[in-house]
Design a protein around this ligand. Structure first.
Ligand code: ADP
Ligand code: MG
Length: 665
């Protein structure tokens, strides 16, 4: 059971069926024919008229079943039902299966059956189907749950406030859990599931709301009280461009956060190129003006040094000294850097994980910025924050997920979205090409290289299991040999050591490589303005949002830039990819991705949970989530410590101990 994620009794109760089979109404046998066959499951009850067995290499049992409307041959393949006596002529048999038509003859290939002896009436039922493993088939799970369902329900507290149950017209607690495991009616199952999903999301949202509210009351951070109007004028006066409206709004929000004693915990989400660095600079400027230091951590040395380079000119007019802290620093440089950070001489420390080492101590750290926050573990982020009592924290991410979904994924953070790109960008021109035209794409690359540009070729990871795919290594070999024999080709993939990766990237940045064949490890945020072409092989394998992020590596310079998506000759795949040719709006693309995924979810047979631990699906059940979140927020706003809602604290604790949340990205 452990491999199914079932460990505690309650896991068994919350292990909802993945589908239901409606076996309530047998179909008239005479009506079954190829004309009406939709490939779905057929349910019949008939009298056994004749049985024949074919032993041998491919054993087969055939039973002719008759009801008032006609007859059909029901078939069992394999050895299991051989050796007579199992199907006595004259008795009635219940069977389910799929139709198989050859010529004018339609047979039933049986998947489930039960003998109804001595005139036993057929009692139709809806049968729950559970995600199963080899050791523990669905049928066994069903029996196990059904035997224990009353006890399991009794153990589980009924915590949903009565007014919510009433307002949303939810069925009662015990009835809901019984209904999903021992269904009586599809509409009731659906209502029961709605309640259960709501309850789950409500718990999650409540935990997040509580966390946010506790943080807001906590205090302990340095309230940076600086005349903001003047700071804004000084800050913008020295910029080479005007901030976008979105940047301005983000900076205002962040500055207001930082003026409080409650530590800021904000996530800045903005598409590639939306200008998050500028917002970070504004936060650093306020921190400096308020007399505290800042730390900025990025996942790789390339990104960190890029930040240091970009930030220095923005911060220079404010007299902010920047110190870089990298793993590759020599011992002496390292010591100097540490000294300057400890003395407070350096106002900003920019670096990689190297910032986390104990020897890096701040005089007065007041602001922590984490770039590409998803690349760091919770523990690493916490370690950086631990270098000060209660610093303000700004996390940044370039993953554009739709506004709505972001609210679920980052439920316990305050969220700011940069949904506007700086003006004057020439969008990357994107084309979808069929596999057969790959040579044209490479020819195009060659032309651009001849003009002095550089190119990326993105290929799947080297351990791609599907043999039809071209791995980055193979492709690099191939293009070196066939297409670009005279060009400087380099390979970048995840199996390289960090140092080698950086070396490859550095060569590319310096223009010493013409073509970089890479897996998707090409860093988010890497800025090589001279790279103007990207070819993505097997583009159909990626989500639209991921392709959009990849393509963000080009189009960073003045040259017109291009993204060529190579996909097999498959109309569906090409149509999906065409969306990228139409728009460069990352949020629209993410929404499109979501829409496609949602349709996928609904098209599947899955009606309920995907396994233990979580029941609701944040994509398919999004509306339920939003309602649950609104209710949870309202309760915490009125009763921030849940003093009048003791039962709900149990729910929050349950969430805390439950497994992590859901599929979102
Ligand atoms: P990202 O959000 O991907 O980190 P960056 O901060 O690296 O984006 O900004 C991308 C580019 O856009 C940089 O070259 C930066 O100088 C430029 N930029 C940022 N804000 C503006 C603006 N308001 N107007 C014009 N260019 C801008
Ligand atoms: Mg960036």
């Amino acid at each position: 059971m452990r491999d199914l994620g079932i460990e505690r009794p309650d896991d068994l109760l919350t292990y909802l069926p993945r589908a239901y089979r409606d076996w309530r109404t047998p179909q008239p046998i005479g009506s079954l024919g190829s004309a009406h066959d939709d490939g779905g499951e057929v349910v019949v009850v008939g009298t056994i008229e004749h049985v024949s067995e074919r032993p041998g290499r491919y054993p087969l049992v055939t039973v002719r079943l008759r009801d008032a409307s006609g007859t059909i041959a029901a078939k069992w393949f394999g050895r299991r039902h051989l050796l007579g006596g199992k199907f006595p002529v004259g008795e009635r048999l219940f069977a389910t299966g799929r139709l198989a038509t050859r010529g004018f003859v339609t047979d039933l290939n049986v998947t489930n059956h039960r003998l109804l002896r001595d005139g036993e009436p057929y009692v139709g039922e809806i049968v729950p189907v559970y995600a199963a493993s080899k050791e523990l088939p669905s049928r066994q799970i069903r029996t196990l749950i059904q035997k224990n369902v009353a006890a399991l329900i009794a153990r589980r507290p009924d915590v949903l406030p009565a007014n919510l149950v009433e307002r949303y017209d939810f069925p009662p607690h015990a009835q809901s859990w019984r209904e999903v495991h021992a269904p009586s009616d599809p509409a009731r199952v659906e209502a029961a599931r709605r309640r259960i999903v709501f309850e789950e999301f409500f718990g999650i949202a409540l935990a997040a709301a509580l966390k946010r509210s506790r943080r807001a009351q906590a205090g302990g951070a340095t309230a940076l009280r600086v005349p903001l109007d003047r700071l804004w004028i000084e800050f913008t006066a020295q910029l080479p461009f005007a901030p976008t409206g979105a940047q301005q709004r983000a900076i205002e929000t962040i500055w207001r956060d930082m003026a409080r004693v409650a530590p800021m915990t904000r996530l800045l989400q903005g598409d590639v190129g939306s200008g998050k660095t500028l917002v970070a600079a504004a936060a650093i400027v306020l921190a400096h003006a308020g007399g505290v230091q800042s730390a900025l951590m990025a996942p790789t040395e390339i990104l960190a040094s890029q930040h240091a380079q970009k930030l220095a000119p923005l911060l220079l007019p404010f007299g902010i000294a920047v110190e870089a802290v990298f793993g590759s620093l020599g011992a002496r440089d390292r010591r100097t850097a540490n000294d300057r950070i400890r003395s407070g001489e350096a106002s900003l420390a920019v670096g990689t994980h190297a910032l986390l080492t104990e020897s890096v101590e701040f005089k007065r750290l007041g602001l922590v910025i984490i770039d590409e926050q998803h690349r760091f573990g919770v523990e690493q982020r916490a370690r950086l924050r631990a270098k000060s009592a209660a610093p303000h924290t700004l996390a940044m991410t370039a993953t554009p997920i739709p506004r709505t979904l972001a609210q679920t994924k980052y439920a316990d953070l305050d969220l700011t979205i940069l949904d506007e790109l700086p003006p004057g960008r020439t969008p990357v021109q994107t084309f979808v090409l069929r596999e057969s035209r790959k040579a044209h794409a490479y020819e195009f690359v060659r032309k651009n290289v001849a003009l002095g540009r550089q190119a990326y070729i993105v290929a799947p990871a080297i351990d791609a299991s599907e043999s039809a795919l071209t791995s980055a290594l193979e492709e690099a070999e191939r293009v070196k040999r066939d297409a670009f024999g005279d060009l400087r080709v380099d390979v970048l993939h995840g199996k390289l050591a960090a140092r080698e990766k950086d070396a490859v990237m550095d060569r590319f940045k310096r223009g010493e490589t013409d073509v970089l064949v890479a897996t998707t490890v090409v860093e988010v945020g890497v800025d090589v303005p001279n790279a103007s072409v990207m070819v993505i092989l097997d583009a159909h394998r990626y989500g639209l949002a991921q392709l959009h992020q990849l393509r963000g590596r080009v189009g960073r310079g003045v040259a017109e830039s291009y993204c060529l998506l190579i996909a097999p000759d498959d109309a569906g795949a090409v149509e999906r990819l065409e969306i990228l040719a139409e728009t460069t709006d990352g949020f629209r693309i993410a929404e499109e991705d979501l829409r496609i995924r949602r349709e996928g979810e609904f098209a599947g047979t899955a009606q309920a949970g995907t396994g233990a631990g979580t029941i609701g699906n944040i994509v398919a059940d999004f509306e339920v989530y939003m309602k649950a979140k609104a209710e949870a927020d309202a309760i915490v706003a009125r009763d921030p410590e849940l003093r009048d809602h003791a039962a709900l604290l149990q729910l929050v604790d349950a969430v805390a101990s439950a497994r992590a949340m859901l599929v979102t990205s």
